[in-house]
Design a protein around this ligand. Structure first.
Ligand SMILES: Cc1ncc(COP(=O)(O)O)c(C=O)c1O
Length: 386
């Protein structure tokens, strides 16, 4: 299988000696908008492209507000602060994620608490969340807290892993029952939907990343989307150094952050958004191709979008039957400069999060030992392969 896979990938990306996991597609339109932005001299955090980019993303996902930031991590940090995550509290998240999810929680002075993933979605398992909340929490001063530590639970933060939508309707219901704010880490899922509703729009707020490895990029960038005017206003304020509107005096009414997206990055983003439909189609065709390829092999399962969802297939993923085969596969493909990747190390195995409480992590452990991400750039040459 390894050799046929390598041949397939080389035919998909014939022009490069190395095959990246995910690379951006950039061209004349990006150059043109960047050039116009430079000519305007508005290259920093004020400028028309920022507003245009925010409006375009809000329209695309169907949110009332969108606030663009330096990156997805700062967007997560600001969103968590805006819903009231406070020092010493706990934020429930999943251990299968990029480290930024847990870093953002830590920047608030809070601590991640891990519940398991659902292997069907790779996102937070509603069952595991419900089980934790029913059995391991109690109320203190009218607020939900963790029974063991007595720490308040200040938010729930599921992740749409690799672009696969997680079960948002149920997570919204559970968080509502306990009156805990819910934030979606939709960093990887621009273009992914549950039914007709876009990921990132189910919770109090959702966060997308526009890092160079995402489906569309602003170089570095992020955005928070929300329908809540107060949350949007708070995020806009704290990401702009908490500067008040006084036209004559520079006044800041709390400790804020210099987190707003520069106009230069937003210009790149406006050009990139024009490519999104094409990228979504190309990535769906690529997913179909990989799915068909792996059907022949009993020891590998291609991970499909969950039922009733439409995934952006940001990173195509397969599961080997045996962990050993995963390592042989990674070794073989890397020797040919085909940069496949194992899933992230579960967050509770990282030194800074190893003492965080984990309620259940069996599925995460299992998936992480056998999952590989495949080269998934939208630049794949699909002619003759589809
Ligand atoms: C799941 C997840 N959360 C958060 C982030 C952080 O985004 P950024 O790299 O733009 O800070 C990323 C991506 O990089 C991510 O994949």
């Amino acid at each position: 299988m390894f050799e046929s896979f390598a041949n397939l990938v080389k035919s998909l990306y014939p022009d490069s000696s190395t095959v990246a996991l995910h690379e951006p597609v950039l061209g004349e339109r990006e150059k043109s908008l960047l050039s116009a932005c430079i000519d305007s001299t508005f290259v920093s955090t004020v400028g028309p492209y920022v507003e245009e980019f925010e409006n375009k993303v809000a329209d695309l996902v169907g949110s009332t507000y969108a606030v663009a930031t330096l990156n997805g991590t700062s967007a997560l940090h600001a969103a968590l602060l805006a819903v009231g995550v406070e020092p010493g509290s706990l934020v429930i998240t999943q251990p299968l994620t990029f480290v930024a999810t847990c870093n953002a929680i830590s920047y608030c002075g809070a601590e991640p608490l891990f519940v398991d993933i659902d292997p069907k979605t790779l996102g937070m398992s509603p069952k595991s969340l419900r089980n934790y909340l029913e059995n391991e929490t109690r109320y203190k001063n009218g607020r939900l807290c963790d029974k063991r530590s007595g720490k308040y639970i200040s938010a729930i933060l599921p992740v749409h892993t690799f672009g696969f939508p997680c079960e948002m309707e149920t997570l919204v219901q559970i968080s509502g029952n306990y009156d805990i704010p819910l934030i979606e880490d939709a960093a990887e899922s621009l273009g992914s939907r549950l039914g007709e509703k876009h990921t990132g729009t189910f919770a109090n707020a959702g966060v997308f990343s526009f890092n160079g490895n995402k489906i569309v990029t602003t170089g570095g960038g992020g955005i928070v989307v929300t329908d809540d005017a107060a949350i949007a206003q708070k995020i806009r304020h704290i990401t702009t150094t908490a500067k008040t509107a006084d036209p004559f005096h520079s006044f800041h009414d709390e400790i804020g952050f210099n987190y707003r997206m520069p106009n230069l990055n937003a210009a790149l983003g406006c050009a990139q958004l024009e490519r999104l439909d094409h990228h979504l189609n190309a990535k769906r065709s690529l997913a179909n191709l990989y799915r068909r390829f792996f059907e022949e092999y009993d020891h590998v399962t291609f991970i499909d979008e969950p039922a009733n969802t439409h995934s952006n297939y940001w990173l195509n993923s397969i599961l080997f039957k045996e962990p050993k085969t995963l390592y042989d596969f990674l070794e073989y493909t890397h020797s040919l400069k085909i940069y496949t990747r194992a899933a992230w190390t579960p967050m509770y195995k990282l030194p800074m999060f190893s003492s965080c409480y984990r309620h259940e992590t069996g599925e995460t452990e299992e998936i992480c030992s056998r999952l590989a991400n495949l080269p998934s750039s939208a630049s794949a040459n699909l002619k003759g392969n589809v």
